[in-house]
Design a protein around this ligand. Structure first.
Ligand code: 5GP
Ligand code: ZN
Length: 112
């Protein structure tokens, strides 16, 4: 999608600090980290938010989680939190599906 910042990051039109890449997804460090380790995993395909996951694209979600586990192991991370904000009230600011991966500090529950 031409005006989507994460499509531009996946397409390297906007620079980012890469963590991992394959044909289906791209992982890069968050610009404003909320934990000592904070990276984002995005499908290369534009999906606006989690509400748009359906039978036609659900496989990408499993792929992203598998990538998260693989990258976590590569980075030596044994405990992490995965967050997807869906919609403005939940805190979504970029409307391209993404998985925040946060690690390296104690996490609170319930989240704020
Ligand atoms: P959301 O608020 O939609 O759940 O998460 C969007 C995330 O994208 C935020 O944590 C924000 O810091 C990050 N972000 C926004 N713009 C950029 C950017 O241009 N580069 C990178 N690396 N992260 C970004
Ligand atoms: Zn997009």
């Amino acid at each position: 999608m031409s005006d989507c910042i994460f499509c531009k990051i996946a397409g390297k039109e906007i620079p980012s600090r890469p963590v991992y890449e394959d044909d289906l997804c791209y992982a890069f460090y968050d610009l404003e980290p909320q934990a000592p380790t904070h990276f984002l995993v995005i499908p290369k395909q534009h999906i606006a938010c989690a509400l748009d996951i359906d039978a036609s694209n659900a496989a990408i979600v499993g792929h992203c989680y598998a990538v998260i586990a693989k990258v976590a192991k590569q980075l030596g991370i044994e405990s992490y939190r995965v967050v997807t904000n869906c919609g403005e009230q939940a805190g979504q600011t970029v409307f391209h599906l993404h998985f925040h991966v946060l690690a390296g500090r104690d996490m609170t529950w319930p989240p704020g």
